[in-house]
Design a protein around this ligand. Structure first.
Ligand code: PXG
Ligand code: PLP
Length: 451
């Protein structure tokens, strides 16, 4: 879908770039280059339009969040109606029917007895919220020695202080070490190209890596451990798929030792994995699920936690007039975010979008694995509508080959994501076969161009 109405040129020659401190961006490089193809004027369907009128295919669905494409008329209408009706409603001690209904809808999509929903404004806030819930749960049950969290290498759990503590990306951690939550340990990651390279879907190798949790439990004793947190599929580090049986084994070990299991589904949730949550797609049920992004197609900031009923019930003690959980955000359940989420869920349900993601994923799988044998491609992996490939780093300059590929792809009209020397692809559910094929051929051409 091209959009000529939005292709008007915008002159940015006089724009002062200096005051804006860009997040997770090479600020100096960007401001020196002033890349016109990274200045976005508008977004419609699966395409962005740059200030120079160039169309860019949205190969990562925004930042994994806009799976229905941009400017969906039903979502636009819902947000416009809501802003006129009630722009803001306090979330503490008040509620609106739409927010209660949204929690009900989300609970009904979640697996098992995960049926209590707390709203935040981002995935990072959702992670910190889930960690607090887990800590308080044990304390209220008289197990206040359960304070440790177990994360995983290569994990991304956002940028809150809880999230970076359990996260496993060194660049996000090393600068902030003094602020980190004490007593955190990490499971090994499961990415192993030597044993499970070029795997399609879930790798057959690697379930035994979950047994490392037994070793960690033996080291610290179960009575000190509050929760294990993992992304069912690691997205941010570059699409690391859980080995067959791995998440089930984590589940069993957690249950055996009274440890809560948190699935961080900020990327996996709401259809990307071909089912409502990674929990269902991979067949393992946690005690807490964090979500964000896809819940309202990235239209208005929203995240949240879905808690097992036993966790909620544990909090419901003490005098009935007393607050049970001393936690919440000014914008928890913001009316615009809630309105966008209802419209998004309508579309996800009515149009069977999780299945659609799975279909896009089949085309993507065939395409991305056809890149095997292209220069410098050392691994390729995929699950449903998420895929990634690794490139040999340029000697002494890690990350540079991927930046060059990113820039080359932009010139060809394709926006993708790089992290280190890994390229990630997560096209929207509305992608056509031709668009997926074009994305793959652009990747092939760019891989050759940066060889
Ligand atoms: N948990 C997970 C599993 C995530 O993927 C967060 C928490 C944090 O969410 P917020 O809303 O606070 O950003 C995320 C976010 C990428 C990329 O390039 C991934 C994320 C964000 C931005 C870029 O893969 N994941
Ligand atoms: N800082 C101050 C001074 C505040 O008053 C508040 C909220 O009232 C916050 C931080 C937290 O902001 P939010 O609820 O948007 O997370």
């Amino acid at each position: 879908m091209t959009d000529t109405a939005h292709a008007a040129m915008i002159d940015t020659a006089d724009l002062n770039l200096d005051p804006y401190w860009m997040p997770f961006t090479h600020n100096r490089y960007f401001k020196q280059q002033r890349p016109a193809n990274r200045m976005i004027a508008s977004a419609r369907g699966a395409y962005y339009t740059t200030v120079e009128g160039q169309q860019l295919f949205d190969g990562l669905s925004g930042l994994w969040c806009s799976g229905l494409g941009h400017g969906h008329p039903k979502i636009v209408e819902a947000v416009q109606r809501q802003v006129a009706e009630a722009d803001y409603v306090p979330a503490f001690q008040l509620g609106s029917p739409a927010t209660f209904r949204l929690a009900d809808r989300i609970a009904s999509l979640a697996p098992g007895s995960l049926d209590r929903v707390f709203f935040t404004n981002s995935g990072s806030e959702a992670v910190d919220t889930a960690m607090k819930m887990a800590l308080g749960y044990h304390r209220l049950r008289g197990e206040s020695s359960r304070t440790r969290f177990i994360g995983r290498e290569k994990a991304y759990h956002g940028v809150g202080l809880g999230g970076v503590s359990v996260g496993g990306m060194v660049a996000n951690r090393k600068m902030f070490a003094p602020l980190m939550v004490p007593g955190v340990d990490h499971l090994p990651h499961t990415h192993n190209p030597a044993e499970a390279g070029f795997s399609k879907g879930q790798p057959a190798w690697g379930a035994h890596l979950a047994d490392e949790l037994e070793r960690i439990v033996a080291l610290h004793d179960a009575s000190t451990i509050a929760a294990v947190i993992v992304e069912p599929m690691q997205g941010s580090v570059g699409v690391v798929i859980p080995p067959v049986g791995y998440l089930q084994r984590l589940r069993d070990i957690c249950s055996k030792h009274g440890i809560l299991l948190i699935f961080d589904e900020v990327i996996c949730g709401f259809g990307r994995m071909g089912d409502w949550f990674g929990a269902q797609a991979f067949g393992a049920t946690p005690d807490l699920i964090t979500f964000a992004k896809g819940v309202n197609n990235g239209t208005v900031p929203m995240g949240g936690v879905i808690a097992d009923q036993k966790i909620y019930d544990t909090y419901m003690q003490g005098p009935e007039y007393a607050v049970e959980l001393f936690h919440g955000y000014t914008y928890s359940g913001h009316p615009l975010a809630v309105a966008a989420a209802h419209a998004t869920l309508d579309i996800l349900v009515d149009e069977g979008i999780p299945q659609r993601f799975a279909e896009v994923g089949k085309r993507l799988e065939a395409g991305v694995h056809s890149l095997r044998g292209e220069p410098n491609v050392t691994d390729i992996r995929n699950f449903s509508a998420a895929a990634a490939f690794d490139l040999t780093p340029i000697e002494g300059k890690p990350g540079l080959r991927a930046i060059r590929l990113f820039e080359d792809a932009l010139k060809r009209g394709f926006l993708i994501r790089f992290t280190g020397d890994t390229i990630a692809l997560a096209p929207p559910a509305i992608s056509t076969d031709d668009e997926i094929d074009a994305l793959i051929e652009a990747m092939r051409a760019s891989i050759r161009a940066v060889a």
